[in-house]
Design a protein around this ligand. Structure first.
Ligand code: PLP
Length: 363
């Protein structure tokens, strides 16, 4: 079976991890700061603050922006549940605006219409590795005096007009096992703001600046040095890995574009897509679930990201801080989307096998 994602960690990772294990210091160590330096470089910002997962990155960002009860955060309903849970965890209210049909991310016009006098932040998600429309969302947030919190969990190194995502607003990244860069569990917050970075570092470590010198009630949001050791060699190879994903995406599209009943994804003008997922839409007689089942029979894995809108579950239906709007584009896409393998471990022959299988089922 060709898997929808694959973790490929080479001997460099093994060596770095062994080094940490043998040092006897397995919680914290200099590799965490090294990872932060390297990641800040990737995002083109002054600060990257490593945390224990991507959900924590979102919670931490909202927390240091003083977002909480009574505040509304405007976001997309077509995302992983962590986006919503982070808003709820800080006590804020989540409101939703529709997505664009091309980028599957928060639509600037819908976002503008969704703002209320309680909105304090706009939170786009750079879904599948393609940047949301930061060219319009960033000015929208700035004009209204709103924070821009970027859920960049799927978009390490993606760029809008040459600017890396996560560096326009406050960036939140994940290093979960399936993400483009992984530590199993891990995350990072990126910002150019010295004050925010300082508060993030304080809160991450129990509110402690000097040993036993507590300045605020904090948390344990720390990423382990073992995790940092897993990430560092991946940064060395990341450009090459993204290039491979791009090649795979282009190879899939060369074969699949133009097939009846199928919409293939594209990299929009001015945006650099890092192809976390290659997601098609099924618009004809063969539905998404049918295609997924037929692909499985042909040894091709696939994934549905995401089968329902993020708030469309009983646990949120009666939630007093979940405000649902009309989001017809998101609803349509959730019913029709299917992600195909595009990861860097695929050979050309495997990419062709994926494309051939899709073409055969649709024929
Ligand atoms: C993975 C992901 C997260 C959360 O990351 P974790 O590291 O799993 O906590 C948040 N938002 C989106 C869009 C994601 O894909």
């Amino acid at each position: 079976m060709i898997p929808i994602s694959a973790v490929q960690l080479g001997p460099e990772v093994e060596q770095q991890v062994l080094e940490v294990l043998r040092s006897g210091m397995i919680a914290q160590g200099p590799k965490v700061a090294e990872l932060e330096r390297r990641f800040a470089e990737l995002v083109g910002v002054r600060h990257a603050v490593a945390v224990n997962n991507g959900t924590t990155a979102l919670v931490a960002a909202l927390t240091v922006l003083d977002i909480g009860p009574g505040d509304e955060v405007l976001t997309t309903p077509f995302t992983f549940v962590a986006t919503l849970n982070a808003i709820l965890e800080v006590g804020a209210t989540a409101r939703f605006a529709d997505i664009g049909a091309d980028d599957y991310a928060l639509d600037p016009v819908a976002a503008a219409a969704g703002l209320t006098d309680r909105t304090v932040a706009v939170m786009p998600v750079h879904l599948y590795g393609q940047p949301a429309d930061l060219g319009k969302l960033a000015p929208l947030a700035a004009e209204r005096g709103l924070h821009l919190v970027e859920d960049a969990a799927q978009a390490h190194g993606a760029r809008f007009d040459g600017r890396p995502v996560g560096g326009v607003g406050v960036g939140c990244f994940s290093f979960y096992a399936t993400k483009n860069i992984t530590t199993g569990e891990g995350g990072v917050v990126t910002t150019d703001d010295d004050g925010l970075a300082d508060r993030l570092r304080l809160l991450r470590n129990q509110g402690m600046r000097a040993r036993y010198g507590y300045e605020v009630a904090g948390h344990n949001w720390r990423l382990t040095v073992l995790a940092a050791a897993v990430a560092l060699p991946q940064l060395d190879r990341y450009a090459e890995q993204v290039a491979r994903r791009k090649r795979n995406a282009a190879r899939l599209s060369a074969r699949l574009a133009g097939l009846a009943g199928l919409v293939v994804p594209s990299e929009l003008a001015g945006r650099e897509h890092v192809w976390h997922q290659y997601t098609v839409q099924l618009t004809g007689a063969v539905g998404r679930d049918e295609l997924a089942a037929q692909l499985a029979e042909r040894g091709v894995g696939s994934g549905v990201y995401y089968p329902r809108l993020v708030h469309d579950y009983p646990c949120y239906a009666e939630h007093p801080r979940v405000v649902v709007g009309e989001t017809p584009v998101a609803a349509a896409v959730a019913a029709r989307c299917l992600s195909l393998p595009v990861h860097a471990a695929l050979s050309d022959a495997e990419v062709d096998q994926v494309a051939d299988a899709v073409a055969e089922v649709l024929a």
